[in-house]
Design a protein around this ligand. Structure first.
Ligand SMILES: [Ca+2]
Ligand SMILES: [Ca+2]
Length: 137
């Protein structure tokens, strides 16, 4: 388990289980991704409204120091090649209104806001907390 804010929260059953852990240490996307991988998972990939709801419900119970948590994509641009870090296309979206806007050049990474659980594109060198996902199927 990663030293962090929360214990892993899991959903699923013996054959298919997803566990999430939220960490509110401020680090870059790459460092966050490396830590998740070191512990056998990856930065969270949100594939459905159900998964989004599970995560936003978790977040509601936490008092955050950070305003954003990294999600598992550093491949937002160019837009026609947009995908999660594992290459999967986005199957569900929860952007803030007006996002993604690539406001600063190369807003290639995705954060989820801790106040409303909506997504924003942001530079990968910004410092955020993060959510790791470990899947077992
Ligand atoms: Ca997932
Ligand atoms: Ca943005």
């Amino acid at each position: 388990m990663i030293p962090g804010l929360t214990e892993p929260y899991c959903i699923g059953d013996d054959t298919s289980e997803h566990c999430y852990q939220i960490i509110d240490t401020k680090i870059s996307w790459k460092k966050a991704s490396d830590i998740c991988k070191h512990y056998g998972g990856n930065l969270v990939i949100i594939e459905s409204a159900e998964e989004q709801k599970f995560i936003s419900d978790l977040m509601k119970n936490i008092k955050f120091n950070v305003s954003g948590l990294w999600l598992g994509s550093d491949k937002l641009y160019p837009e026609e090649q947009r995908s999660w870090a594992n290459g999967d296309k986005f199957s569900y979206l929860n952007w803030e209104p007006g996002e993604p806007n690539s406001h600063v050049i190369d807003e290639n990474c995705v954060e989820i806001h801790t106040n409303d659980s909506r997504w924003n594109d942001v530079r990968c060198t910004e410092l955020n907390g993060y959510i790791c996902e470990n899947s077992r199927t």
